[in-house]
Design a protein around this ligand. Structure first.
Ligand SMILES: *Cc1c(COP(=O)(O)O)cnc(C)c1O
Length: 399
């Protein structure tokens, strides 16, 4: 059997959380068992996606859903659905979207590298608003009227990236969009937990919502969820599923794909490159069920105890440890390690580099290095990791 070690790779201690760069979330044993069992039998993928759609719809309070190849793939597919509807000529044309409405409005302050996934479908992003607080030039952020002013005959929809403090509120943007008969696509990739967000975000009326499957849901890192209206999910499924069949025989489940809206069988769509395997679909649904039922809550005390162990092991170092308490009961604390003490003559970047390159390699959260802070996210740590992690931190943080 091929292993990381056989390939010359030393497995790391992941104190960084479910980041894609380091391989995503820890999959629970039930998820791995479901993956392995699903590999032993075969089912038609469109029937499997239709069954997944029912399960996702029930869990999220939406009409329909799709298991995608990550939240980024969900953004591409959601955009494709918004651009084409059930028009197979438009589907065939993507990502070239001239000749029909192809503009997606987005707040300038919500742009990021992830919106490449929206542009990949062929949409042209139209930026609106400013965050004058960040630019130190004022007190206001993007406002609803700015979205409205950008709407024209070429507007296809609005993209919204949900995060702590996103502004204006998603509810207000949805209300505006719906006044103009436009759909809203929400990037909520990392907005779980709290698990209530599975329903709370779609309940805003947003037409399509993208979640990551490989973050806190703890499914395969290459999975995601797109959920929303039956019409748009149907258009997304059509552009993702393999279309190599005969129109005479093709019989997709009507609650996922409405064949009656089509003049014929579309060819492979833009999402054919974003396929998901039967094993990944089953594993994601298993993980989603665990996540939504609260089965992960019992992990929180274990994760907290890891951080407490690390704090106690670092007491005689020159670092200052601060526990960052979670914002909801199904989240876990994080540990911030401040290198404020001038007895440590290296900056946080050097410590971080040295942690990565030593043995075992240690990857800590690097979002606050410029403030001299290392972050320990315990989600991907195991019992075996904790003392080894504490030892490596201890050695690096000597005065
Ligand atoms: C993680 C993330 C994504 C990408 O999700 P994947 O499931 O890795 O494709 C997109 N947008 C935001 C805001 C994210 O945090």
């Amino acid at each position: 059997m091929t292993s990381y070690r056989e390939l010359g790779l030393e497995p790391i201690i992941n104190a960084c959380g479910t980041v894609t760069r380091l391989g995503g979330a820890p999959m629970p044993p039930q998820v791995l068992d479901a993956f392995a069992a699903a590999a032993l039998e075969w089912v038609p993928l469109e029937q499997l996606q239709a069954a997944a759609s029912r399960r996702i719809a029930e869990t999220t309070g939406t009409q329909a859903g799709l298991v995608t190849a990550g939240a980024a793939a969900a953004l591409t597919l959601g955009t494709a659905a918004i651009l084409t509807g059930h028009d197979p000529g438009r589907m065939e044309q993507l990502p070239q979207a001239d000749g029909f409405p192809n503009q997606i409005i987005i707040a300038r302050e919500q742009r990021s590298g992830y919106d490449h996934a929206i542009r990949a479908a062929g949409a042209r992003l139209v930026e609106v608003g400013f965050n004058e607080i960040v630019s130190n030039a004022g007190v206001r952020r993007t406002e609803v009227w700015e979205y409205e002013a950008a709407i024209n005959a070429q507007t296809a929809g609005i993209a919204y990236v949900l995060g702590e403090g996103s502004s204006p509120s998603l509810e207000d943007v949805v209300a505006l969009a719906h006044r103009h008969d436009l759909p809203v696509l929400v990037d909520a990739a990392g907005e779980l937990p709290p698990r209530e967000n599975l329903q709370r975000i779609p309940a805003t009326g947003a037409d399509l919502v993208a979640f990551s499957g490989g973050k806190a849901i703890r499914g395969p890192q290459s999975t995601g969820i797109l959920c929303g209206t039956r019409e748009l999910i149907s258009a997304a499924a059509l552009q993702m599923l393999d279309m190599d069949d005969h129109w005479e025989l093709w019989d997709p489940p009507a609650d996922l794909i409405d064949r009656s809206q089509l003049p014929g069988l579309p060819r492979h769509g833009i999402g054919r490159a974003l396929k998901v395997s039967k094993e990944e679909i089953i594993a994601l649904l298993t993980a989603l069920e665990l996540f939504a039922s609260g089965a992960y809550d019992s992990d929180v005390p274990r994760l907290r105890s890891y951080l407490e162990t690390i704090v106690s092991q670092l007491q005689d170092t020159a670092a200052v440890c601060t526990m960052i308490e979670p914002s909801s009961p199904d989240r876990w604390p994080l540990l911030e390690i401040h290198l404020a003490d001038e007895r440590i003559d290296r900056d946080a970047f050097e410590v971080c580099r040295s942690l990565r390159t030593g043995s075992p390699p240690v990857y800590v959260g690097h979002g606050k290095l410029r403030h001299g802070i290392l972050i320990v996210n315990p989600l991907c740590l195991t019992n075996d990791d904790v003392l080894r992690l504490a030892a490596r931190l201890h050695a690096e943080l000597q005065p």
